[in-house]
Design a protein around this ligand. Sequence first.
Ligand code: PFF
Length: 455
Amino acid sequence: MKKRVTFGSRIGVILATVGCAVGLGNIWRFPYMLGVNGGAAFLLIYIGCIIILGLPVMLTEFFIGRHSRKNAAGAFKVMAPGTVWSVIGYNGVLAAFLILGFYFVVAGWTLEYIVQAASGSLNGKSATEFATEFSDFSSSVFRPIMWTVIFIAFTHFVIISGVKNGIERASKVLMPVLFLILIILCVRSVTLPNAEAGLSFLFNPDFSKINSSVILSGMGQAFFSLSVGMGCLITYSSYFGKETNLQRTALEVTVLDSLVALLAGVIIFPAVFSFGIEPTAGPELVFITLPNVFSQLPFGSLWSFIFYVLLALAALTSTISLHEVATAYVHEEYHMIRSRAALIVSLDTVVFAVISSLSLGILKEYTIFGLTFFDFLDYVTAKIMLPFGGMLICIFVGTRVDRKILKAELTNEGTVPFYFFNTYSFFMKYIAPVAIGLVFLNELGLINLITSQFK
Ligand code: PFF
């Protein structure tokens, strides 16, 4: 049998997996979600979901991936042959396609803003001009699609270069640069006048803001940000070596991912408040408010340039991982050479991404459940498919896998201690699936319905 490729080093494992988790979700989606969901209260829900749900699901995905050494769908075929459990894998592969459909569009916007920052055209504009320019740009036909296709081409190039030379090598360079840029921007932002108002919005919770939709959004954000629930981490961990410490890797990735989201909040909110901008601007937040903010700072274009390069790099390491979920699936399940599998995935995502970009402009009138195609893709993946996938992953391992096998894999055959194995297994088996199920029921209004019967 041909030996399956693995990442070459421990640091490669960490950086590639952090690269997969850290992305637009942390720097674009987290601040705007926090802004529209009332600030610090959302942060608490998000962190709660990371610890209670995200971390156990991540470890469970690592178990499945390294144990089966397969892609997201193949893993379930090996571990539970001839059963319906492979639906978890198909849910994940489909989610990867759908996420890429809107993710590549936003990634494309970052390229437009890098070019604008570099050419100095973000200088000397008013807040309204920035807002109009963004909406003109994002609703136009040609430029956003051009950038999206260029971004898909970059991703495609890394993917066809393979696991070690492509994914691992790119992540080793990109992730440290990203951290460095984040720290510089944080220092810049917290030293702005009135920075405290932004920090208080971020860290001072108003509990009256919490309702079922904020909880669903917080849970969706936790899953999206950690890349859990869709088999991405199953795919990546199938490339981990025998000696990789799964527990430590899960903890490190979770901490680093949450740290990047927090740093993004610390960059964005002091700046937003310092310049009197609305934190509830929505998906445009990063694109409308920040150029405005940066342009009022000394060396404004330079700050904008650095920031959008950072965003593009973070996006790239995540599009690579999403693409890999689909490519590994097509490559292994259809016995196709890797480059052809990658091409099929790239061409398919071009179609999704083009429609989703146009749905912000000429196709705006065509909505699904009242959402544009772009918003629909975001909603259905982050708030439904990922938590649902996470719930099934836990139920699968909780009911189908022998505890001894689980423990042996998570302790590298007993060579690494796992002090909290019972706690982990309790959370994975009972707390996570029940909590996710309750959030769904609550959002659907079913809990209200049931409790009203007893009043
Ligand atoms: N976690 C990525 C982000 O925060 O941008 C997005 C993502 C990547 C989600 C990979 C899911 C995934 F499988």
